[in-house]
Design a protein around this ligand. Structure first.
Ligand code: ATP
Ligand code: MN
Length: 538
């Protein structure tokens, strides 16, 4: 199914300060694919997908993400090194500079929207310097039909100029690249970086402000899918923990892989119209659905092709963060529209490189609140020789870089929703087993999938002593048995075969939890504070 809506409509960009008419409006993905090849800005892979290099940046640049401090934002944003303030006047000047730059370029423009639920729909106009960035917008945002397009009124504008280079001293940026949100003008201004993720995460960050402040809706950095009985599951987790991988489940309908809202009437809706999957070490055997989605219409980023156009997914010579974007209809089993009701299970995904958290455990409401505020995962050392120590990484709400408000705002909304809907909350360690990174191995995907299936089907049962064991360090309830998973795998301590080393490492992690939680202690109730680990090293 191709959801492209042909149009003869043309548009003028005069209202943005663009004087020329060299504007290619609402091209089909096929056309954009072709234009990219013509301009020698990409290659066609043997799968039919378009392969591009995003240039200097192959990931987001959180230190260059700013929010304009104005009447709307000044008292509401949690300012700091995540939400860095930017002066309105400086923004206007930089905007004019970017527009002057774009006045010399052929432009690719797309009207699209975010939020699959009609009530929350946010119309977006994306203005791109590059054709493949515009194709990314087609893949990732929702696609208006002919009627909607006819009367389309853009609300937010994304101005995306990867080739524009800022002068930090004059422009007020940190360096030559920037992503700036302006809530008064409803503009996301992106320059100096071709990383496409900035486009989708710009709008995500805007919604993370708009929805809780004006629409009483909780925005979440999570994936979601729905089972045969209409039961919705959501999967929170930081980058690389498995949101996209685990929500793409042949037995459940995919709602979305990254960004959702949870409304006051208990509906979950996707913000987006596509997926953005990591493809490092991707294989047809382990992830057939994602593998199959890589065909014409998909855009591969920063992968290496051989001369026949075959991708080597193991080659990380450009970046570890190789990606593919595709419209959601490239996956067979999807929920349409991307809306779920009746949330029954919440999974917190973490890739614990210390290898000490149980691969699956059940959380009490207080533990759920504690872990949501903490947002733990681990970063493994890069590819530098000899560095094998993992680093704990905490990111509140499992998505701090995209959350303009104080984390407790989102945490309180989630707690209320969890109580109202009576969900089960699970902590899933998709990270290491049998020892830390460097010693143990990554949890097998088939085991993680089996654990999630068992949790969803109810096979793990209600909490009871004979079914669960309370972890002596983390305090979470660890199932004793799980269909499809060797019993030993369920106990991280058992997989280490070295109790002393296990506990020593576990305490290292709980100390990191405690250290991180200090800044939230004054906001957390006694109960939530007790939802943290039970034992620490002194
Ligand atoms: P982002 O927010 O950056 O999109 P994500 O949470 O969607 O990140 P994924 O794209 O799902 O993360 O990445 C998880 C990666 O880890 C994939 O490359 C997947 O193949 C790999 N992986 C290995 N073992 C597991 C496991 N047990 N569970 C989940 N993913 C696993
Ligand atoms: Mn993802």
């Amino acid at each position: 199914m191709d959801a492209y809506t042909p149009t003869t409509k043309s548009i003028s960009l005069k209202q943005y300060g663009i004087q020329h008419n060299n504007v290619r409006y609402q091209l089909s993905p096929k056309e954009l694919h072709g234009v990219t090849l013509e301009k020698d800005m990409g290659k066609e892979a043997s799968s039919g997908a378009l392969a591009v290099n995003t240039g200097e940046f192959t990931g987001r640049s959180p230190m260059d993400r700013f929010i304009v401090k104005d009447d709307i934002t000044k008292d509401k944003i949690w300012w700091g090194n995540i939400n860095i303030p930017f002066e309105g006047e400086k923004f206007d000047k930089l905007y004019d500079k970017v527009i002057n730059y774009l006045n010399e370029k052929e432009l690719f423009v797309r009207d699209c929207y975010a939020c699959a639920d009609e009530t929350y729909k946010l119309n977006i106009r994306v203005i791109n310097e590059y054709p493949w960035s515009n194709m990314f917008a087609y893949n990732m945002f929702l696609r208006p039909d002919a009627k909607e397009l006819e009367s389309f009124e853009p609300e937010w504008t994304v101005v995306n100029a990867p080739g524009f280079i800022a002068d930090a001293e004059i422009d007020g940026t940190r360096q030559h690249n920037f992503a700036i949100l302006n809530f008064s003008k409803k503009i996301a201004l992106i320059g100096g970086t071709g990383y496409t993720g900035e486009i989708k995460k710009g709008i995500f960050s805007a919604l993370n402000f708009i929805l809780p402040v004006f629409k009483n809706t909780l925005p979440m950095h999570c994936s979601a899918n729905v089972g045969d009985k209409g039961d919705t599951a959501v999967f929170f987790g930081l980058s690389g923990t498995g949101k996209t991988t685990l929500s793409t489940d042949p037995n459940r309908k995919l709602i979305g892989d990254d960004e959702h809202g949870w409304t006051a009437d208990n509906t979950i809706f996707n913000f987006e119209g596509g997926c953005y999957a990591k493809v490092i070490d991707l294989s047809k055997e382990n992830e057939p659905e994602i593998y199959g989605a890589i065909k014409q219409g998909a855009i591969l980023e920063n992968v290496i092709l051989d001369d026949k156009g075959v991708v080597d997914f193991g080659d990380t010579s450009i970046t570890q963060n190789t990606r593919v974007s595709y419209p959601i209809y490239h996956i067979d089993n999807i929920q349409q529209p991307s809306i779920g009701k009746d949330v029954k299970n919440i999974f917190f995904l973490t890739a614990d490189a210390f290898g000490v958290l149980p691969p699956i455990s059940k959380l009490t409401p207080a533990q759920a609140a504690y872990h949501f505020i903490s947002g733990y995962t681990a970063k493994v050392a890069g590819t530098e020789a000899g560095v094998v120590e993992p680093q704990p990484s905490f990111s509140a709400c499992f998505g701090a870089p995209f959350m303009p408000l104080h984390p407790t705002v989102y945490a309180e909304m989630l707690s209320t929703k969890m109580q109202e809907s009576g969900v089960d909350v699970w902590l899933i360690n998709t990270g290491w087993t049998g020892g830390p990174y460097g010693v143990g191995t990554r949890m097998k995907l088939k085991y993680t999938r089996a654990m999630i299936s068992a949790a969803l089907s109810g096979e793990l049962g209600l909490y009871s002593y004979d079914k669960y064991h309370i972890h002596s360090v983390f305090g979470v309830a660890q199932p004793r048995e799980c269909p499809g998973v060797p019993t030993k795998v369920l106990s991280p301590r058992a997989t280490w075969n070295n109790d002393e080393a296990y506990y020593k490492t576990a305490f290292k992690l709980t100390n990191a939890f405690r250290e991180n939680f200090k800044k939230f202690e004054e906001y957390a109730s006694e109960e939530i504070r007790r939802g943290g680990p039970q034992r620490y090293a002194f």
